[in-house]
Design a protein around this ligand. Structure first.
Ligand code: FES
Length: 176
């Protein structure tokens, strides 16, 4: 037995696969990868409908933000619609009856933007991006898109935003 391996280098004795069999090994590895990939795809096919079952899109018609008296002209207020902390919004009071609501995340790299009442602009301090406070359009800097905007409704001295749609986790038990 020892004689049989005496002319074989140590490294080859540790991996006793003949050159002609090497192709089978590679094929076996390839089949393993394909099987693993198919398994992942099968799990994803089950996971996606389950995920969709628990995460539904929810639309809120009128969401109350604050009273008119809560915010002075030239200032801003940060808020979240229905506790959705992924999207901070800023309510801006540009004049007596002049309101705007924009997403408070810069469209470049999501830094928090700030309202500059004196220049009627919204500034991103990270890379000096500037947006027009009247319509959210980009005035200067790297932001690629205008700030997303929500419609504002003023009713009985109260401020609302309308038609806010987002992914919400629904508690199915509560509705069954
Ligand atoms: S993150 Fe706002 S300009 Fe870069």
């Amino acid at each position: 037995m020892a004689d049989r391996y005496k002319d074989i280098p140590d490294w080859k004795a540790d991996f006793p696969i003949k050159r002609t069999e090497a192709g089978y090994v590679a094929r076996r590895d390839f089949l393993k990868v394909i099987t693993l990939f198919s398994g992942i795809m099968a799990v994803a096919n089950v996971f996606i409908p389950v995920f969709n079952f628990f995460h539904k899109r929810k639309t809120i018609k009128d969401y109350f933000v604050c009273n008119v008296s809560d915010i002075k002209i030239g200032t801003q207020k940060t808020f979240y619609v229905d506790g959705d902390h992924r999207n901070p919004y800023m309510l801006i009071r540009m004049g007596e009856n002049d309101w705007r609501v924009y997403e408070q995340k810069c469209t470049h790299l999501s830094c928090a933007v700030i309202y500059d009442h004196e220049h009627q602009m919204i500034e991103c301090p990270c890379h000096h991006g500037f947006f027009d406070a009247k319509d959210g359009k980009v005035l200067q800097g790297p932001p690629p898109r205008p700030l997303p905007r929500l419609n504002v409704i003023v009713k009985d001295d109260k401020i609302y935003v309308e038609d806010y749609t987002y992914e919400k986790q629904i508690n199915h038990k509560a509705h069954s």
